[in-house]
Design a binder for this molecule. Structure first.
Ligand code: AMP
Ligand code: MN
Ligand code: MN
Ligand code: MN
Length: 281
């Protein structure tokens, strides 16, 4: 069976492999169809496409867009987007401007908590245009403030902790409009990670569908087996296409290995059966 991994990161955002290295690793891991979905940027796509050209792996251009919905941050994947779409590019520009301000604000707040130099420290880990909380986490581990990236998030970077800055990303409808303008398929990323109540998840899915969203990540490197089954039921109930992705960030500190994914549960319609899904080369 053909292996789809439709959620991955490179050094263009907070992954640790360059786009070409990611392609090589995906091929070794037996991935047949890979979507590169960096946070709020398509910068890695050109290099990835050059690396994949002429090879067996089908690369799908994608992006993982930061959204503010109901005072929380959620992530919406745009799969098979046109990387040159002006509307999408301009939207992502705005999110990156917020990211730059937020990075300064994270550093100011950490400084107040007695931890200086984190903006420069985090910038030392960035390789593209995106400065992510992951870069802060790598630096804070190096600086001996925590034992692991996971611990940095837990003690410094999440709500209620000294370096937390609330997201002010784009709204759900706006982001779906950008993805649709770029000819892409909007997909709710790792839905179980938001810890929503049943009724709030229904409201999210309802608003998402209403705005033109069409898919949900049922299989994710960060979903347990039970969460996968729950999201499969949500996809069937609401008539959403089902996606699958590892959310790979590199050999370390990752949710799952490339291509090491559970099968979609029965009764789900895979997103790669959508009418607009690109044909294999
Ligand atoms: P940002 O978009 O800059 O706010 O950073 C979000 C990224 O941080 C996610 O995409 C993950 O890669 C990473 N992240 C979030 N929470 C955790 C966690 N608890 N442990 C490790 N990485 C995390
Ligand atoms: Mn990430
Ligand atoms: Mn995400
Ligand atoms: Mn991701």
């Amino acid at each position: 069976m053909c292996c789809h991994d439709l959620h991955s990161h490179s050094t263009a955002s907070d992954g640790t492999l360059a786009p070409a290295q990611l392609i090589a690793r995906a091929q070794q891991a037996g991935v047949d169809v890979l979507a590169l979905t960096d946070h709020d940027t398509l910068d890695g796509y050109a290099e990835a496409a050059r690396a994949a050209a002429g090879g067996p792996l089908q690369l799908v251009p994608g992006v993982e867009v930061s959204v503010t919905w109901s005072a929380m941050t959620i992530h919406v994947l745009g799969l098979n987007v046109d990387p040159d779409c002006e509307v999408l590019q301009q939207g992502l520009d705005g999110l990156r401007a917020f990211r730059d301000w937020r990075a300064e604000e994270i550093a100011r707040r950490l400084e107040k908590a007695g931890i200086g130099g984190t903006l420069q420290g985090a910038a030392g880990y960035r390789q593209g245009r995106i400065l992510s909380r992951t870069h802060f986490a790598h630096y804070l581990v190096e600086a001996g403030r925590a034992a692991s990236v996971r611990d940095v998030f837990k003690h410094y970077l999440v709500r209620g902790k000294p370096g937390f800055v609330p997201g002010e990303w784009a709204g759900l409808d706006t982001v779906i409009d950008w993805i649709l303008a770029a000819g892409g398929l909007p997909v709710i990323a790792h839905p179980a990670r938001y810890r929503l109540t049943r009724s709030k998840l229904s409201r999210l899915v309802g608003e998402f569908r209403e705005a033109g969203g069409c898919g949900i990540e049922v299989v994710s490197g960060s979903h347990s087996r039970d969460e996968t089954l729950h999201m499969a039921a949500v996809s069937r109930e609401h008539g959403l296409l089902a996606s699958a992705g590892s959310d790979y960030h590199g050999p370390h500190n990752t949710w799952a290995e490339l291509g090491q994914l559970r099968a979609l549960p029965p009764g789900c319609t895979p997103v790669w059966e959508a009418d607009s899904w690109p044909a294999a080369a």
